[in-house]
Write a protein that binds this ligand. Structure first.
Ligand SMILES: [Zn+2]
Length: 242
């Protein structure tokens, strides 16, 4: 069905709902703005948190690498022992030379792995040190952060109760609307930047300046729901005082 076919509705109620929703949006916007006193400590806190997450991740990666190297080192040491054992059982010069070659290679490998294990260990210690340094100031920073956050939230008391009351009012108004009108309102409200209902002044839409054709103006005066032909918003004709 085309919007023009919508049933007559109390546009006054839609106008009121829109005003309430707009006031609610104002409060929500105001509540979402961090005051500088909190924003500053919050930035610092987030940055320290991010840094600690990053350091912990490095620590985990290095820990895994270290365990892998240690495991490989144990295997290589056992292999080396095995080769050293075979050295006792060689029967000729040729076998002796071959055994030594294996031992030599195994020793080299063990040495490489030992160096690698030392390197990851010292990297782990370095990162652990950085973490410990941050941890020592973390508690103090967190306390300052939480305090500033609580102060900000406390300062929102009035705004919050106003927003709650407006939300309740908007819900009541919406619930009282016929389903079709509610959908039309909500759809237009969302699509048209929070202005679903627009005033008519001097037979023109105040949102898009489109002139209201006489036939539509007549229906509007009868109290029917009329949609602007220019911007598709619901037209609202204020009752002129008699
Ligand atoms: Zn319009």
């Amino acid at each position: 069905m085309s919007p023009e076919e919508l049933l007559s509705v109390d546009v006054e109620k839609l106008w009121e709902l829109q005003a309430v929703l707009s006031q609610l949006a104002d409060r929500e916007r105001a509540m979402s703005v961090k005051p500088e006193a909190f924003a500053e400590v919050d930035r610092e806190f987030q940055s320290v948190n991010d840094e600690m997450v990053r350091l912990n991740q490095s620590l985990e990666t290095l820990g895994k690498e270290h365990r892998r190297v240690e495991g490989e080192l144990t295997d290589s040491q056992e292999l080396l022992k095995k080769y050293q054992g075979t050295l006792m059982q060689v029967k000729n010069q040729q076998q002796y030379a071959a055994a030594w070659k294996e031992i030599d290679a195994a020793r080299k490998h063990v040495k490489e792995l030992e160096e690698s294990a030392l390197k990851t260990m010292s990297e782990i210690e370095g990162i652990q040190k950085q973490l410990d340094e941050r941890k020592s100031s973390y508690d103090d920073l967190k306390a300052r952060h939480d305090e500033a956050h609580a102060a900000w939230q406390a300062s929102l008391g009035d705004l919050r109760s106003e927003a709650q009351a407006l939300r309740k009012k908007a819900d009541e108004l919406e619930a009282a609307l016929p389903a079709e009108e509610r959908r039309e309102f909500q759809r237009t409200f969302k699509q048209r930047g929070g202005i679903a209902v627009t005033r008519v002044i001097n037979e023109s839409c105040t949102s898009c300046r489109t002139r209201i054709r006489p036939a539509l103006a007549q229906r509007l005066r009868r109290g029917e729901m009329v949609i602007c032909e220019g911007c598709h918003r619901i037209l609202y004709l204020e009752k002129t005082p008699v």
